[in-house]
Design a protein around this ligand. Structure first.
Ligand code: PLP
Length: 387
């Protein structure tokens, strides 16, 4: 089939905007009339550096990012950030309270597979860590958001940071605003990998925000990190060793990355260019406000259709439903394979749920159009009527 015929509902790597892909194709062959492709130029060239500054400027505009935040472009994906936040934030605490820093506790709010994985990384690396809530224990499955009474944080002066995942890609659970009830003064870390650039954010509620690019922003290979500048203050590694704080790898070090404008080592400039073409496009088409409206419209349309038919079971409770990853089951489950193969015949692709949970998952990221969503909705209606 052609690109126009296919609607790609993948959870990531995900569909990209067609105008971006087309421009990128040209730039991959010959960038800015250099006679060289964008993957063939140095990350330290004028044009390479230009991509980094332009991507940063675009993100600042899109998010109206306060000046006291730095933007870092890193590698290693969201998974690398699970570790990086630990090394960086513990090092930061050592600047202020060297005697107690190593005993502070990282608090995790677990609402699905990805926040759980982040917690497990803290445990694996041997940092003192604590699950403030695991919603599976509260609710029996990952289908809801924590209430105030569910959250059991360590006292603020004993806490390294509070961590949560804004949108759980596997389970389809999304926070509808910043996490509330975090003790005053505690550093807040949020993984926005799968709902990045899909709505406005008030940065007074966050200290570290990170996102892998491969869902809403472009191809895999770059992770965007917004970090409050105060967190970059930290003692030198040999001082950290003295107070028992582990020193993480150079490539995950926020301060080194910030001091070098993300060009400490070889950044995949071509990947960043593809991402930045997306930012250009989004800025020229109404920015985050428009993306937020579109994602609300697309997801509501699909949820409302699913709710009409008892054949479909949306597992996640209404207030916790993701705008990005719409997860549902079909009853009996034996119909799910039929649903998927029927969808593929209509070029409605990559709708299979995550291997760990099964079922169906339709990811409606920014590059999935309303028209494509309507095609899926029409298929859902037709499937319901014929079963
Ligand atoms: N966080 C979330 C919310 C994700 O969806 C994913 C991957 O799908 C990750 C983190 C891990 O990202 P990566 O595969 O880039 O390491």
């Amino acid at each position: 089939p052609s690109r126009e015929q296919v609607a790609n509902f993948a959870a990531g790597p995900a569909a990209m905007l067609t105008p971006v892909v087309e421009q990128f194709g040209k730039d991959f062959v010959n960038f800015l009339d250099l006679g060289m492709g964008v993957a063939e130029i140095s990350h330290r060239s004028k044009q390479g550096g230009g991509i980094v500054s332009s991507a940063e400027e675009n993100l600042r505009k899109l998010y109206k990012l306060p000046d006291d935040f730095s933007i870092l472009f890193m590698q290693g994906g969201g998974t690398e950030q699970f570790a990086a936040v630990l090394y960086n934030i513990y090092a930061h605490h050592a600047a202020k309270r060297p005697e107690v820093a190593k005993d502070l506790v990282a608090n995790y709010v677990v609402t699905g597979a990805w926040s759980k994985k982040a917690y497990l990384e803290a445990e694996r690396l041997g940092f003192p860590c604590h699950i403030a809530v695991d919603m599976k224990q509260v609710s029996g499955k990952y289908d809801s958001l924590p209430r105030k009474e569910d959250l059991n944080f360590t006292p603020a002066d004993k806490t390294a940071f509070v961590y949560y995942c804004d949108n759980e890609t596997v389970h389809g659970v999304e926070f509808n605003g910043p996490l509330e009830h975090v003790p005053e003064g505690v550093i807040r870390v949020v993984d926005t990998s799968s709902n990045f650039i899909s709505r406005k954010m008030d940065f007074s509620h966050y200290d570290v925000v990170f996102a892998g690019a491969q869902k809403n922003a472009g191809p895999a290979g770059i992770t965007i990190v917004f970090v409050r500048n105060s967190i970059l203050e930290r003692p030198e590694p040999k001082e950290l060793h003295k107070v028992g704080i582990p020193v993480g790898p150079t490539v995950g070090d926020y301060k080194i990355m910030a001091d070098n404008h993300s060009l400490y080592n070889t950044l995949p400039i071509a990947t960043l260019h593809a991402i930045n073409l997306g930012f250009d496009y989004m800025l020229a088409h109404g920015g985050l406000e428009n993306l937020e409206n579109e994602s609300n419209e697309k997801s509501q349309l699909l949820y409302q259709t699913l709710e009409k038919y008892p054949l479909f079971k949306v597992v996640v409770k209404p207030e916790a439903r993701s705008r990005m990853n719409i997860t549902f089951r079909i009853e009996p489950e034996s119909l799910e394979a039929e649903f998927l193969s029927g969808a593929e015949k209509l070029h409605l692709m990559q709708l299979k749920g995550h291997r760990s949970v099964g079922g169906i998952r339709a990811s409606l990221y920014n590059a999935v159009t309303l028209e494509q969503t309507k095609r899926l909705v029409a298929y859902v209606e037709e499937f319901a009527k014929s079963h």
